[in-house]
Design a protein around this ligand. Structure first.
Ligand SMILES: Nc1ncnc2c1ncn2[C@@H]1O[C@H](COP(=O)(O)OP(=O)(O)OP(=O)(O)O)[C@@H](O)[C@H]1O
Ligand SMILES: [Mg+2]
Length: 468
């Protein structure tokens, strides 16, 4: 139900509109002139103004419309005219009128127009509400999150941001691990000093030591001058070791020393240099598995993992999706010549039902694409990628009729097994321990099956299909 202002100099028209709108359950205010309308608009909010176009006095219907626009009111204006030339109607629409009605009109016509205008208002309101949530308490630094799990994570970040404790940030690719690391830094008492991010997977092992620890002049060919190294660069600040699972065992030992002694020794140097760094590490691998496998040092794992911040995958926090979508919409629509105000309810539902193997990064890519494609002011389902068809049900692997010339049973079983294992791995986001749990088998048994089925590439790129 809406708050509606009726403006008409003709008494019979005012009465007719008032009666039929009140019957529709709306709250109606009636005035006789444009000047009165403007005065009333300054005092109270309205969802819709229905105004006659031609009225005596200084302010006609166009004047009322202009007053609404000048005040940037969230009010839709519907023009009523007896002199329906296409031109006047068009000029009113150009100025931003919602619609126009030609006298005489039937009750149904007015009801339909009002219903549509109100629907538009509520859509705009819903999108504004989302925008306000994004700006308010559902945000920590640049992390957006409303779900209970993200709110809990925010509380934990606030609790520990100013401690010196090492933190291990875990989560699937694209869940926001780096964002959380940056928030720990900027929100905490080291925020003024540097945040140094090192991607342990991106730097070749032979260069990594001098990158991290620095070197002294002449330490090796090419070391033409002293180099401070990233750890010392982060002195008084934060060192963020991204993809820590990629660090070689040799460097793991050296890093452990830094954590224990709080000193670094540059390559080729004799002396230890004291540093004051807070170390944050991130991984999308299951480090415990790596420890079990002997690929990651147990002692380093415990040093880093004093506190674990586990970021849940996006599909487990559906309530964050509308907020994130709105956030990315605002980001990507900025600077576009057309205005994109929000999403249709269908589009939001569609976004909520997808499972996001690439997590928030994938959602952002989707929205960026939709913003580019959208024709109207609202993003619709058609602007979004089609939802992936669900994986076939296991039973579908069975032939409905047994083939005349028989079947290779071992191969059929292997195919079936591969399908199920692949599905479990996808569901588990590539984390083998979790996949084993889903299949009701041991981690060891899963590893054996992966190897047997040729699925055990253990390629980090394969585990992380959405890596930048
Ligand atoms: N909660 C969030 N609020 C706002 N933006 C987010 C959020 N989570 C992730 N993003 C955005 O999604 C993208 C991916 O985030 P980020 O790089 O932190 O993920 P990651 O977990 O480090 O991924 P990877 O494991 O692939 O390195 C970034 O553009 C980031 O800004
Ligand atoms: Mg990252």
């Amino acid at each position: 139900m809406g708050r509606i202002l009726v403006v008409d100099d003709e008494r019979s028209m005012r009465e007719f509109l008032a009666i039929c709108l009140k019957r529709g359950g709306h709250e109606v205010t009636v005035v006789e002139s444009g000047v009165q309308a403007v005065a009333v608009l300054d005092r109270a909010p309205f969802d819709i103004v229905i105004t006659d176009l031609r009225m005596p006095g200084d302010t006609d219907g166009i004047g009322v419309l202009q007053a609404v626009k000048a005040r940037e009111l969230d009010t839709e204006v519907v023009m009523v005219t007896a002199f329906a030339t296409a031109e006047t109607a068009l000029s009113a629409m150009k100025l931003g009128a919602y619609d126009y009605l030609t006298k005489p009109f039937k009750v149904d016509v007015i009801n339909t127009v009002i219903a549509r205008a109100l629907e538009k208002r509520s859509l705009v309101e819903a999108n504004v509400a989302l925008r306000e949530q994004v700006a308010g308490r559902y945000r920590l630094a640049s992390i957006i999150g409303k779900s209970a799990r993200m709110q809990k994570l925010f509380a934990l970040v606030v609790k520990i941001h100013s401690t010196k404790t090492s933190v291990l940030i875990t989560g699937e690719s694209g869940t926001g691990k780096e964002l959380v690391a940056r928030a720990l830094h900027t929100e905490g008492n080291r925020g003024e000093a540097e945040f140094v991010a090192v991607n342990c997977g991106a730097i070749p092992d032979n260069l990594m030591e001098s990158e991290l620890f620095g070197h002294i002049k002449g330490a090796f060919t090419g070391a033409v001058s002293d180099k401070v190294g990233l750890i010392r660069r982060a002195d008084k600040g934060t060192l963020f070791l991204d993809e820590i699972g990629e660090l070689s065992l040799g460097l793991q030992v050296k890093l452990l020393r830094v954590l224990q002694e709080r000193t670094v020794r540059p390559v080729g140097g004799e002396d230890e240099v004291a540093v004051d760094v807070r170390v944050l590490a991130a991984t999308n691998r299951e480090l415990e598995e790596e420890v079990a496998r002997g690929a990651f040092r147990n002692d380093l794992y415990y040093r880093l993992n004093v506190i674990e911040l586990r970021i849940p995958p996006l599909r487990q926090r559906i309530t964050d999706i509308p907020l994130l979508a709105e956030h990315f919409l605002t980001r990507h629509a900025a600077g576009l010549p057309r205005e994109i105000r929000g999403f249709t309810p269908q589009a939001l539902r569609h976004l909520e039902q997808y499972d996001y193997p690439g997590n928030v990064r994938e959602l952002e890519n989707m929205i960026e694409r939709a913003v580019t494609l959208a024709d109207g002011p609202l993003i619709d389902v058609l602007d979004l990628p089609e939802r992936k068809t669900p994986a076939p049900h296991p039973g579908e692997h069975l032939p409905s009729v047994f083939p005349e010339d028989g079947i290779d049973l071992d191969r059929a079983i292997a195919d079936f097994e591969r399908g199920i294992v692949e599905q479990a791995m996808t569901q588990a986001g590539g984390v083998r321990k979790r996949a084993a749990g889903l299949l009701g088998i041991t981690f060891r048994s899963l590893r054996y099956r992966l190897a047997k089925l040729g699925l055990d590439t253990h390629d980090p790129a394969g585990e992380n299909p959405n890596a930048k």
